[in-house]
Design a protein around this ligand. Sequence first.
Ligand code: GDP
Length: 526
Amino acid sequence: MVSDEILRRRTFAIISHPDAGKTTLTEKLLLFGGAISTAGAVKNNKINKSATSDFLEIEKQRGISVATSVMGFEYAGHKVNILDTPGHRDFAEDTYRTLSAVDSVILVVDCVKGVEEQTRKLMQVCRMRNTPVIIFINKLDREGRDPFELLDELEQELDIHVRPLSWPIGMGSTFKGVYNIYDKELRLFTVNKTKLAKDVVAVGDISSPIIDNTVGATFAAQLRDNVAFLEEYYEGFDLDLYREGYLAPVFFGSASNNFGVGELLDTFIKIAPSPTPTEASQREVLPEEEAFSGFIFKIHANLDPNHRDRIAFCRICSGKFERNKLYYHTRLDKKIRFSSPTSFMANEKSLLEEAWPGDVVGLYDTGSFKIGDTLTEGEVLQYKGIPSFAPEIFREVVNKDPFKTKQLEKGIRQLTDEGVAQLFVQQPGSRKIIGTVGELQFDVIKFRLLQEYGASCDLYSLNYYKACWITTEDKDLLARFVSLKGSHIAYDKDNNPVFFAETAWVLRSVQESYPTLKFHLTSDFK
Ligand code: GDP
């Protein structure tokens, strides 16, 4: 029973640089999957760039993103779970953590723009985890770059091998459709924003005259040249290499025109991995184990003062989750029962009775969860691999109201537990430094400290380039380093020493002077 449920699950995220078409593709996948019936149901949770100073507006938009945080639906006997990721770069940490809860990703690339900044950063995270990637090159209805040039760029910049499974015929105004290399079919393109009809011509073979008759002799000849070239110079598609995160199959299409989406979904169902084993500090946990276990990868607080609840998102790693059963919170060493766990189906939330590995359950929380917390049926387990990234923007927290010191401390602790920012404490004097990857978080922090904890503070800019965790075998050397660099050392929430480098040059020169100290840009070395 468990293994049937596991095998039919596909849990993944769609990632892209903003504007490449992530929201559009998500919506079209839901349409093709039959999970929604009209376009426009998936709200773009992209944060309006002009709204960067108005963070309440941003939170309103983020509220939308809770509803669409996880979109589950049934398709062709499979349970598909799409985990949404925020598009705004200031919330990149949220996205990185979500990537720890998926088994694979679909990367959307704009054929005009190619690889962009966020594409690179997101793929770095996927490469760290060897997450299997399918690439969807989007907007073929526009005059984009040469497909071979795009493939070269993907390979060089993203450090992954690619293998096209379809090939575009023409592009922009001359876009005719794609040739599916494996099914040996032409899929003809028509501008089509509403219908889901598939216009497919089976051609049998690339040399078939049907191709000439359908797209014209010139395009047919070009297609044959291109396919011959890629058969010769690109390695064949290999399922294992894809699942190891080494080889990414590539599709071409146009999400807004529903083109290439059905093909993508059908292939995705076939090749994407079902839930895979999860690494805990103690051991590797297999999804088919009988005992339930899962971890919290995201916590969402409601900013509406009338509904001050938080939802903790739990990814199930093994066994079956059941409502009202007592589960063991391993960090707090305490049993907790969940009477109203939530499941997410397409655009709706509903009460859930049971859930399986690969599923995401929403748990109402009154403050007992931190990012990375593990739930089990009693075994002491701690899931690994939800890294914190070295923050890049720093502020010192200065209390404005000495009577509210306790509230301020509590607020900061809870917000950092939720993963809004990272807290570092510097001695002497317990100076508090908050580090984030985006400016917006500071607005969020100030607002929430005041609203939820009645604490007001000033946040003073500190000019650092990065804060790096330090590890070494040589404890004496570390102690000497820490005392020498005193004013540049602080401690994270687990009391690990962190070095604050003012510039990239300072960091490099310290690394050169202390070759036996390791400076980490992510916290998952622990
Ligand atoms: P996201 O920021 O990655 O979620 O991107 P969106 O899905 O919001 O798309 C950004 C813009 O690109 C929107 O205006 C879409 O209508 C447009 N878009 C999406 N897919 C296509 C496509 O296939 N062709 C064209 N021409 N535009 C598209």
